[in-house]
Design a protein around this ligand. Structure first.
Ligand code: GDP
Ligand code: MN
Length: 435
């Protein structure tokens, strides 16, 4: 019973870990497969193409009848996905170079929609043509950082291939976790234990165990935050093959992983998050409706917490770091208000080196020039606070200014609800600036 509950809570936590680790780099499957192969892990033979002709040529070179063509886009669930032109399935079994060309035409430069992409989909920038493997069993294996134990953990399941979230929800006992001691790494004994959890035949156990050790080496050598192989398959001739790979890398280590980072595909990332980075802003979109502009990651977290405490939901995490200049505030407001669902803006800035009065001037300038029709709540604190508050009240703009965090957070949650309700019944509440 205990292990059942523990397994379930671990599965839930894993989900949360995966969801919150958005600040890392993901690589296309064909790049990840190349890394795995460099470490001696068996992957299907193949090549990536960016034109239909290349796809045909790769298929010819493979010289076999049974192949698979796979859309390359940074999302899972491609197999069950569909395209903007109606094509169903981002992973297709094919039997000739002509077919490779035909599917490449329908996949390349089209958008794929999967359970993970949301309604905006992901552009397909390459196709990966590989030899087909004949599979006896499909397992799942991942290496992640676990916040709770502060250790890397290996997650293994004999029920791979399908979506692992489904297995975690319906059959948590089928998922096994193995914390790794970073001083010893994955020991031989532990590697065998993991291999057994994969449910392969005894003929494949040793190779699977070797692969686990190799995967852990990739994890540490490459500063990965996540390695997920789904499926890791046992073929009919008892080889162990990594047939899909999703690798994520820690952006704090980008300086020493030049090759990995050179493989970044910006077309797969959120254009607004990229735009924000150009202006020195750290912008992450969330699901709620209160746009937050803060300075410092710690303050950003605290802001999100307090908004939730007062019943609101943050729409984003936007950290302007040390540079709360008028220009940064303007860009930030543009990003925040580009989301149609945002019903209020919360500015929570600590004026240290950048003094409060300067921030207030920036805020006023931006609010005057942008035709904002949602309320702004500003909680400024620090150097020259009194001057800042005077500037705001003299401006005649409807910026609700507070020195106290609790009051400010309550106000923004309350105002955002008012706007939300007004929108629902299609009433125009006037928060236009200036008054
Ligand atoms: P995903 O849907 O994005 O996770 O894409 P995958 O690369 O995992 O492919 C989806 C599914 O297609 C896999 O789970 C396999 O079941 C199947 N598949 C992919 N390649 C092969 C292959 O070479 N042989 C067989 N038998 N199945 C394959
Ligand atoms: Mn997969």
């Amino acid at each position: 019973m205990f292990s059942r509950i523990a397994a379930r809570s671990r599965a839930v936590r894993l989900n949360q870990v995966a969801k919150t680790q958005t600040r890392n780099l993901s690589l296309h499957e064909f790049r990840s497969a190349q890394i795995l192969q460099n470490y001696g892990i068996d992957v299907p033979k193949g090549g990536a193409a960016t034109t239909p002709q290349q796809a045909e040529d790769i298929a010819k070179k493979l010289g076999c009848e049974d192949m698979v063509i796979k859309a390359q886009a940074l999302t899972g669930g491609r197999g069950k996905g569909h395209f903007d032109n109606g094509l169903k399935g981002g992973v297709k079994l094919i039997s000739s170079p002509t077919e490779a060309k035909m599917y490449a035409e329908q996949m390349l430069n089209h958008k794929i929609f999967t359970k993970q992409t949301g309604p905006q989909g992901k552009p397909v920038t390459a196709v990966y043509v590989v030899e087909r493997e004949f599979v006896r069993r499909e397992a799942y294996v991942a290496i992640l950082m676990d916040r709770a134990t502060q250790k890397p953990i290996i997650v293994a399941s004999s029920q791979g291939g399908m979506d692992i979230e489904g297995v975690a929800a319906e059959n948590p006992d089928a998922i096994h976790t193995f914390p790794v001691d970073i001083h010893t790494g994955v020991t031989d004994t532990q590697a065998i234990e993991v291999a057994k959890a994969l449910g392969f035949s005894s003929k494949a156990t040793q190779e699977a165990a070797d692969d686990i050790k190799k995967l852990y080496k990739v994890f540490t050598d490459k500063d990965a935050t996540q390695i997920e192989i789904n499926p890791l398959s046992e073929t009919t001739d008892h080889r162990v093959v990594a047939m899909d790979a999703k690798l994520g890398f820690d952006d704090n280590a980008s300086f020493r992983q030049e090759e990995v980072w050179s493989w970044r595909d910006l077309t797969q990332e959120d254009p607004e998050e990229i735009e924000a980075a150009k202006h020195g802003l750290n912008f992450i979109k969330l699901d709620g409706n209160i746009g937050c502009l803060v300075n410092g990651a710690g303050l950003a977290m605290a802001t999100m917490d307090i908004i939730k405490l007062y019943g609101g939901e943050p729409a984003n995490f936007l950290d302007c770091g040390g540079g709360a200049t008028a220009d940064a505030i303007k860009k930030a407001f543009e990003l925040i208000t580009s989301e149609p669902g945002v019903t209020a803006i919360f500015v929570n800035i600590f004026g240290g080196i950048v003094r409060c009065d300067n921030i207030a001037k920036g805020l006023i300038a931006v609010a005057q020039n942008m035709n904002l029709n949602i309320p702004i709540v500003a909680r400024l604190q620090g150097t020259n606070l009194a001057e800042a508050q005077k500037l705001i009240s003299d401006s005649g703009l409807k910026i609700f200014s507070f020195g106290d965090l609790d009051e400010a957070a309550q106000k923004v949650c309350q105002l955002s609800k008012v706007v939300e309700m007004a929108r629902e019944i299609d009433v125009n509440v006037s928060f236009e600036l200036p008054l």
